[in-house]
Write a protein that binds this ligand. Structure first.
Ligand SMILES: Nc1ncnc2c1ncn2[C@@H]1O[C@H](COP(=O)(O)OP(=O)(O)OP(=O)(O)O)[C@@H](O)[C@H]1O
Ligand SMILES: [Mg+2]
Length: 235
């Protein structure tokens, strides 16, 4: 992504006094300002309803802020349109809290989708899908229709689809909510690997097992406001 404004180089996400109001009167986010560096892993925590998913939706441009500015790599995303917006979105992989899998397609087809839109060769796609399934303990689910998977399996397919195309930025919403400790560890290993290869990662979570000992920054939201940002030696 190009850095073509006064943005200091190396900033992936810049949010300045961002608020999101859902009519008539839900204040989902209020005056949130954060700056996430290129290559950083950044956790967003907070109780149910604190605004974590809303924040990710604003970063991925699924929703527009009511007030404030959001820049991704120096681009004010909510002013981008057409080809420029599509190109930026292609560099963002999102693992949704509610999965959004195609229920009548197989695991492999769901993961392949994000690579097909960028015209990757079928042989490359097949290899990448197999590799991701192996890393997530899902090899035997390659040809299973995703509506027949357990929630924890669907959650991992969602993650695999988000990272398959090696996006510059990965947004993951509650990636381990349905997983046991061992599988949680596998998911975090995979995300850490993506981060080590350069991806900026933002993780929204309730699961303190994945951020308790982290050296990365952790931001706590309370009722839509930034309560605290701690840590920061891990980038
Ligand atoms: N589309 C919407 N319309 C109206 N209100 C909404 C909408 N989406 C979210 N909200 C409200 O905004 C607030 C923040 O919701 P959000 O989904 O961001 O919370 P969260 O921190 O992700 O919660 P959880 O941990 O349960 O996923 C909540 O009060 C929620 O009810
Ligand atoms: Mg949420």
């Amino acid at each position: 992504m190009k850095n073509n404004t006064a943005e200091p180089p190396g900033t992936m996400i810049e949010m300045i006094k961002v608020s999101k109001l859902y009519p008539p009167d839900v204040v989902a986010l209020k005056d949130v300002s954060i700056s996430v560096a290129v290559g950083e892993m950044f956790f967003i925590i907070g109780m149910s309803g604190a605004g974590k998913t809303t924040l990710l939706k604003l970063i991925s441009s699924m929703e527009a802020p009511t007030n404030g500015l959001i820049e991704i790599s120096g681009n004010p995303i909510h002013q981008l349109k057409g080809f420029k917006l599509a190109r930026l979105r292609q560099k963002i992989g999102v693992a949704y809290q509610d999965f959004k899998l195609l229920a009548d397609r197989t695991t492999a087809e769901n993961i392949a989708i994000s690579m097909e839109v960028s015209y990757k060769k079928p042989s490359i796609i097949r290899r990448r899908v197999k590799d991701l399934l192996a890393q997530l303990n899902l090899t035997d689910k390659h040809n299973t229709i995703t509506s027949e998977l357990s929630r924890g399996e669907q959650q991992r397919v969602t993650l695999a689809r988000a990272i398959a195309n090696s996006p510059t930025m990965i947004l993951v919403d509650e990636p381990t909510g349905n997983l046991d400790a061992t599988t949680t560890e596998k998911v975090m290993q995979l995300l850490t690997k993506c981060n080590k290869s350069g991806a900026t990662i933002v993780i929204a979570t309730h699961d303190d097992s994945i951020y308790r000992h982290t050296l990365h920054r952790v931001m706590e939201l309370r009722a839509g406001r930034t309560h605290a940002i701690v840590g920061g030696n891990g980038t």
